[in-house]
Design a protein around this ligand. Structure first.
Ligand code: NAP
Length: 311
């Protein structure tokens, strides 16, 4: 593969930025990778493990001369970070982000984009429950989707170049309207995370009653919830604060369905339960057929090096 950007600046050096750095190196997609993070501790780790070619102390230094700037901070911090780097951006540069919510991030970042700089928002549908500069790995985006949500009128070449970078990182790229993205992700990621957080919270309350048996005898269903519920608290707080409407819409529907299932259990309506679970099983088959998960028992845990989920 050939170099797509001369200098890529990563702002925020956690799981996603780290994985991008590894994937860009694997594909030889960037001439130079610069990066910076808020804390001196993260910057020191990034230097120690040579996450980027150059780790700078300020965002201004990181973006100087960059033809691509990637905002890799939590969704709620995007606007403040963008305001800080705006005066230092090179003319003709592209700014993108990897935030899990798109409409709110566009509202935060868009107003700070200088004349002559392109803004192409993005979201890789890949992640793990781990965070920080040591958690990234080159394969994270392989065969996973990246959704780009540019506003109408965005420079086509800037979009095509960013698409090529993500494809070089192993991803499949699609374009989508930002509002539609937020609704889809509320169904596929945000509400499921909230449900996992709730279930683990309930189990934690119960643990006190059952003398730790919930943890000791933890079965597959609960264990899967605990993995999801171990995800980064700052990022997920921001996801719910910034994707409020879509999440509340899906939570409302979820609650209605839950009440229907509750009634079926109370009434002993096995037909209802069986028909419902048959329908949901077909969805799982669809995900496997689309190559987005493994059919191996227990998600192939005994073999897999890492679990891959996504926000
Ligand atoms: P992460 O590993 O926790 O790293 C976050 C980075 O942002 C760190 O370098 C942190 O700096 C910095 N940061 C945190 N708060 C900040 C603030 N208020 N101002 C400036 N910098 C700040 O996070 P991540 O998982 O890579 O997530 C980054 C972005 O990717 C988020 O927008 C998230 O929505 C999106 N995303 C995540 C996943 C996932 O599964 N994790 C998947 C897809 C997209 P310090 O280390 O110095 O504190």
């Amino acid at each position: 593969m050939s170099v797509i950007y001369t200098r890529v600046a990563l702002i925020g050096l956690g799981l996603i930025a780290g994985s991008m750095a590894h994937a860009m190196r694997r594909g030889h997609l960037a001439g130079e990778i610069t990066g910076t993070a808020r804390s001196a501790e993260t910057r020191a780790i990034a230097r120690e493990i040579a996450l980027c070619d150059r780790v700078t102390d300020t965002a201004a230094e990181a973006v100087a001369g960059a033809d691509l700037v990637v905002l890799c901070v939590p969704p709620g911090a995007m606007g403040v970070v963008m305001a800080e780097i705006a005066p230092h951006l090179a003319p003709g540069a592209t700014v993108t982000d990897v935030g899990s919510v798109k409409r709110d991030v566009i509202a935060q970042v868009g107003p700070h984009i200088p004349e002559g700089v392109h803004f192409v928002p993005g979201h890789p549908l890949a992640g793990t429950e781990h965070s920080g500069p040591r958690s990234g790995f080159a394969e994270l985006f392989d065969n996973r989707y990246v959704l780009l949500t540019p506003e109408p009128g965005t420079d086509a070449q800037a979009i095509a170049r960013l698409r090529a970078l993500w494809e070089g990182c192993g991803a499949k790229v699609e374009e989508m309207d930002a509002d539609h993205h937020d609704l889809v992700l509320a169904v596929t990621s945000h509400t499921p995370h909230l449900i996992a957080y709730t279930m683990v919270g309930v189990a934690d309350d119960l643990r006190r009653v059952t003398d730790s048996e919930v943890i000791k005898y933890s079965a597959a269903g609960f264990r899967d919830f605990t993995r999801i519920a171990a995800s980064d608290p700052t990022m997920w707080r921001d996801v719910f604060l910034t994707n409020k409407d879509a999440t509340l819409e899906i939570l409302g529907r979820f609650t209605e369905e839950l009440f229907a299932l509750q009634r079926a259990i109370r009434r002993g309506d096995g037909d209802h339960l069986h028909a419902y679970f048959t329908r949901t099983r077909a969805i799982r088959r669809g995900i496997i057929e689309a190559g987005q998960d493994t059919d191996a028992p227990d998600f192939g845990r005994s073999k897999a090096k890492r679990e891959v989920s996504g926000a």
